[in-house]
Design a protein around this ligand. Structure first.
Ligand code: GLA
Length: 378
């Protein structure tokens, strides 16, 4: 990928730049908890974005998306927003840096990535983090890593229209090879957890349903609004820390839908903590049981699953897979599966054939390799 980027950069700009990369992410458990001030448990993966960048001495950004074969040129003022969706991410990152007082100028760039788009693996966070990290280095801005993650998140809020939490950008900036991270999204304290399921005889694999997940203009923001309404009625800033007793006490003041959304979030908060504890003991059976609970909570109460992903979780259960659930924001994308090594081949085979019979195509199998987040490449 780096070679192709370099060739294109040379052709377009007749020069060479520096290389930066960042990663997509998985999340073992803790879905839709981030914007509720709860816990998440993600890790960066070996699929991400790479960008070559060189300052160009102007006030313009000249950007080329290699995978789409599209070029965009834009200024750095608010009114200069580009039309192309992908360019809005780069523009947004620039604007958010400028809003924070960062003194940046024009640059040339070519980028490419291998995070499948719309699979719930945060290709957009990978793109944002690559540029936030790179511009911080290239312009010597001295922005700390948390703020780099927030720059990506604000880009989503203000230039893409998704009121996302901090998980994806956090994972993509802080990711560390071989480690998951438990992040408390209220205090922003986090801990690395060495994660090596193979040592215990398990594999972690994603199955991409190829149903495109699209959070822009989606009911994602509605889910967040439901949670905020309930938190407000409970007199809390976030749903974090609320109990089922508290929720039941206000049941007649909220809609049935808001009740279901909050019930899911309250359950999910407990599940993340259970999983961390179980992992500490090497108790993967408990980890897996919680994953299934998350799946059905997301499907029935949070209503962010879809038929195809419910089917994949059912097939997993039938095959004796330890844990399986929809991963990420929902509305399509992947399931994440924790599978005993000896069941792996049979499960993959069965999931492929059964899914293809029902939906006309196989799910894409993506083995998970926990890797480093944002960085400069040599
Ligand atoms: C998307 C958002 C994240 C998070 C997840 C759900 O990936 O970007 O902030 O809310 O959905 O856990």
């Amino acid at each position: 990928m780096k070679q192709k980027i370099a060739e294109k950069f040379q052709t377009l700009f007749l020069s060479e730049g520096e290389f930066f990369a960042s990663a997509g992410r998985i999340n073992l458990i803790g879905e839709h908890t981030d914007y509720n001030g709860g816990f998440v448990f993600p890790g960066a993966i070996d699929k991400g974005m790479i960008a070559e960048i060189a300052l160009n001495g102007t006030k313009k950004v000249c950007a080329y998306a290699l995978d789409l074969d599209e070029y965009s040129e834009f200024g750095l003022n608010e009114e200069d927003a580009p039309d192309q969706g992908w360019a809005k991410y780069i523009f947004g990152v620039c604007r958010e840096i400028i809003k924070r007082g960062g003194n940046i100028a024009g640059f040339n760039t070519v980028f490419s990535g291998d995070v499948p788009l719309g699979a719930g693996m945060s290709s957009s966070a990978a793109l944002e983090s690559t540029y936030a990290y790179a511009l911080n280095e290239l312009f010597n801005l001295g922005i700390d890593k948390f703020e780099l993650a927030r720059i990506g998140q604000s880009t989503e809020h203000n230039y893409v229209g998704v009121k996302c939490g901090i998980m994806d950008q956090f994972a993509s900036v802080f990711g560390k090879k071989g480690n998951l991270m438990r992040l408390d999204c209220r205090s922003m304290e986090f801990e690395y957890f060495p994660f090596d399921p193979e040592q215990y005889g398990y594999k972690l694999v994603l199955l991409n349903s190829c149903v495109k997940h699209e959070l822009v203009g989606s009911p994602y923001n509605d889910r967040r609004a439901s949670c905020e309404r309930v938190a407000k009625i409970l007199g809390q800033e976030f749903l974090r820390g609320a109990t089922m007793e508290q929720l039941d006490a206000v049941k007649d003041q909220i809609s049935e839908e808001d009740y279901m959304r909050a019930r899911y979030v309250i359950g999910e908060e407990k599940r993340v903590l259970d999983v961390c504890e179980a992992l500490g003991k090497g108790d993967y059976e408990t980890v897996g049981a919680r994953m299934y609970e998350t799946h059905w909570g997301m499907s029935k109460d949070y209503e962010v699953s879809c038929e195809e992903l419910d089917y994949l979780a059912e097939v997993a259960k039938e095959c004796g897979v330890t844990g399986s659930r929809i991963m990420g924001g929902g509305f399509g994308g992947c399931t994440i599966n924790l599978v005993k090594t000896e069941l792996y081949d049979a499960f993959i085979e069965k999931a492929k054939t059964a899914f293809a019979e029902k939906y006309g195509h196989e799910p894409v199998v993506i083995p998970v390799v926990i890797s480093d987040g944002a960085r400069k490449l040599a």
